[in-house]
Write a protein that binds this ligand. Structure first.
Ligand code: FAS
Ligand code: PHB
Length: 409
């Protein structure tokens, strides 16, 4: 924690800077939100600078999302970074859902006319970094002490330090794409900001293994021992998750223990096919639902995890970041190309309308598929009844499919 004197240093009246830059949009965060926004703005000739706290390799080393909605595919195409995704990604027309040894399929394409794309967030981010670097995009790594200043004025600016030197960027707008632990959200004053949160009483233990996936489609499993998910990145790279206690740490789980537990949670005929191998990544993600309102304060706009978090059950985290970027990108285009503030003025309301639908779907699917510590026998019977209704009813499957492939922007 800094003391008051240091805090004073890091307020918005820092000493003279070793560097002073000017851009149209300062983007805080070089994850998928920040990079996608920067690349889309570049395609329209709008200048941005990306400030990233870590190195590119560190960002690319984070194993996260695996399923892309149709809206994100279209944005990747619009940004000119879809070639490798089209060549190496896996379109999925449906998913499998199991409970005990029962299993059924929800056909996305039949119900919506759309598929999803299995293509890891790491690869999305890699493609975006490559495009920004090829275009000579300004990305500044290892930044510290980022402070957003005068966001509620017409002349916002951002200060930061890199290699011990302070710098300042004067800009027209600031996009807070710095994730849940970034600085942007808390730049909005406490008396303006409203936060909504739900913490789930379990986490997801995830592993990556260089093994063939157990099935060519994803399997979401509700078992008496807890949730499991069988996913993949390619024909020889599988991604598996099991619901675990919040008190667990990855080191508590040997690979053998993980595989044995996963086998117990998926249908027996699938467990027989499971090819196991050493984990090349093992991590635990806590699950929470979280929304900040508003997503705009003056000339600061929040995007992605900086504004909202969902439990990964519905594969909505990265995809909802993408819809934020869509709304903000088009609002900024409107401002610079048509001298209109209509898009940026409606950004927060538009983004939040879709964010809350993603929050609802992620909460619903998490409630349906996980075992809760305080769950009663009645609660479990309701889960089974909901699963059997989903299995047998086209309207229920259509509703799930429409949410899973992505509601329209
Ligand atoms: P990100 O957090 O990805 O990126 C923010 C960037 O800002 C980071 O690179 C960070 O280093 C940088 N930053 C932070 N503070 C900064 C500062 N002060 N100055 C400069 N830079 C700063 N979603 C799914 O759909 N499926 C999943 O399976 C899934 N698994 C996940 C597992 C984990 C452990 C986590 C944390 C998230 C997971 N998510 C998943 C959600 C995830 O994919 C996010 O939705 C996605 O990364 C959102 O992208 P960004 O908004 O860019 O935020
Ligand atoms: C993944 O492959 O990492 C993944 C897929 C679907 C989800 C969550 C994670 O709902």
């Amino acid at each position: 924690m800094r003391n008051d004197a240091q805090l004073a240093f890091y307020t918005c009246t820092p000493p003279c800077h070793s560097a002073l830059m000017k851009t149209q949009v300062t983007i805080i965060g070089g994850g998928p939100s920040g990079l996608l926004l920067s690349q889309l703005l570049h395609v329209r000739g709008i200048d941005s600078v990306v400030l990233e706290r870590k190195t590119k390799d560190y960002v690319l080393g984070r194993i996260r999302a695996g399923v892309l909605e149709r809206g994100l595919l279209d944005l990747m195409r619009e940004a000119g970074v879809a070639d490798r995704m089209e060549a190496e990604g896996y379109p999925h027309d449906g998913t499998l859902i199991s409970y005990g040894d029962e299993m059924f399929r929800v056909d996305f394409t039949k119900h919506t006319g759309h598929a999803v794309m299995v293509y890891g967030q790491t690869e999305v981010t890699r493609d975006l970094y490559a495009a920004r670097e090829a275009a000579g995009g300004a990305i500044i790594y290892n930044v510290e002490d980022v402070v957003i200043c005068d966001a509620d004025s017409d002349t916002p600016y951002v200060t930061y330090t890199v290699d011990g030197k302070t710098a300042r960027i004067n800009c027209d707008f600031v996009a807070g794409c710095d994730g849940f632990h970034g600085v942007s959200r808390n730049t909005i004053p406490d008396n303006v900001r409203r936060e909504y949160e739900k913490i789930y009483p379990f986490g997801w233990l995830g592993i990556l293994s260089e093994t063939p996936p157990v099935n060519h489609e994803l399997i979401y499993a509700n078992s008496e021992r807890g949730f499991a998910l069988c996913s993949m990145r390619n024909e020889n790279l599988s991604r598996y998750y099991i619901q675990c206690s919040l008190s667990d740490s990855p080191s508590d789980w040997t690979d053998t223990a993980f595989w044995e537990e996963l086998r117990r949670r998926i249908p027996a005929d699938q467990a027989k096919k499971l090819v196991t191998g050493p984990s090349i990544e093992k991590s635990i993600a806590p699950l929470r639902s979280f929304v900040t309102e508003p997503m705009r304060w003056g000339r600061l706009f929040l995007c992605g995890d900086a504004a909202h978090i969902v439990p990964p059950t519905g594969a909505k985290g990265l995809n909802t970041a993408a819809s934020d970027v869509h709304y903000l990108y088009n609002g900024l285009r409107d401002y610079y190309e048509n001298d209109s503030t209509a898009g940026i003025d409606s950004y927060s309301a538009k983004a939040l309308a879709r964010v809350w639908k993603a929050e609802r779907f992620s909460w619903w699917f998490s409630s349906l598929m996980h075992r809760y510590p305080d769950q009663s026998a009645f609660d479990h019977r309701i889960q089974v009844a909901e699963l059997e209704f989903l299995r047998s009813n086209d309207a229920a499957q259509q509703a799930m499919a429409e949410n899973y492939v992505g509601l329209p922007y």
